[in-house]
Ligand binder design. Sequence first.
Ligand code: NDP
Ligand code: MG
Length: 398
Amino acid sequence: MSPARPQQVCVLGATGSIGLSTLDVISRHPERYQVFALSGFSRLDQLLALCLLYRPRYAVVPDARAATFLREALSGSAVAVEVLQGEAGLCDVAAHPEVDTVMAAIVGAAGLAPTLAAVAAGKKVLLANKEALVMSGALFMQAVRNSGAVLLPIDSEHNAIFQCLPTDYARGLAQVGVRRILLTASGGPFRETPLAALGEVTPEQACAHPNWSMGRKISVDSASMMNKGLELIEACWLFDARPAQVEVVIHPQSVIHSLVDYVDGSVLAQLGNPDMRTPISHALAWPERIDSGVAPLDLFAVARMDFQRPDEQRFPCLRLARQAAEAGGTAPALLNAANEVAVAAFLERRIRFPEIAGMIDAVLNAEPVQVVEALEVVLAADARARTLANHWLSRHGR
Ligand code: NDP
Ligand code: MG
């Protein structure tokens, strides 16, 4: 059964990896979904092509220059797209009264304000932008409860956990008989690289993920396992879990996307090929199921599945993230901001790979953790961590 009126979808971060996968799924179901708004940042040619293909009502770009470029490029076409700009433009489309569903797929802290705008407007919010939730966890989840927004996780692990939990899990994990969550991780491209060689790895090697094709920032996060650290914090907020209830399991094949362990000894898992169109389709259509274009899982081709405990000496970012999860308050926002600066510096070849963790550690040690009562506290912590990280970079970076 398909809905009478197509759902109006706003895709924030349309030019990225998740954005394009979302549009791929949407284009398989034109009777169900219509693209209402798209946003891009640096890949304006890509955004132009998407506007011509999907004919959204709005497109959002970072600034006036980009807006002029897009308006002029569209003026010769038969497509009428209204071009908005900046954070205000992103928040406007995310909260637009005609929008039903918002895909939050901007990378990093830049996605926080528009994602929160979608939440506050009570939209169905498909959350890929994990950094937004990591930064503002308690406020974010309170805003979901206040507005009645429907929050569905896109991160494959969290989508898997959501699928393995009963529908009334919000009563509390203990109440629904959950003992713990097993968060799987591929271990990234450097799982077996000799520790002594990690100082020499390049951004290209870090971005060559063995199983997933993703944007550059999350690819580096996967290589350092900060991605799993951010996901640990994300899981705690989404499912109201304590950090100790979430165990990270390295599973190099990336076929099991996570598991839920119940008190009776049952362990439920969600499996599938590593293709983000599965969680995207799941969340778009939830509680129904639609075709995603993903090939059926061939267990005979998978043949075997392995599991390992993560090595914190190899992956210090995972330890830092767990500490931040336990500290609470502004600690996750500090961790996230320092990591964003560190990853950008590594991609620009200003620091070596192991210095990512070194920089984050230095920022966390320099900045006291505060209680978060308001968004301003989070934004101030984010800004201070970036200043400290840049200061560290000016002393230690190339
Ligand atoms: P990409 O880098 O591929 O895409 C990021 C998107 O955000 C692009 O549309 C980009 O625009 C836009 N963007 C970048 N910076 C800004 C900014 N300052 N303001 C506004 N928009 C901006 O990333 P991914 O698609 O891989 O990841 C997106 C989010 O989803 C991340 O939070 C990531 O952690 C999460 N995620 C991704 C997964 C994946 O498989 N890729 C899996 C699970 C989670 P432009 O390209 O035009 O510059
Ligand atoms: Mg993930």
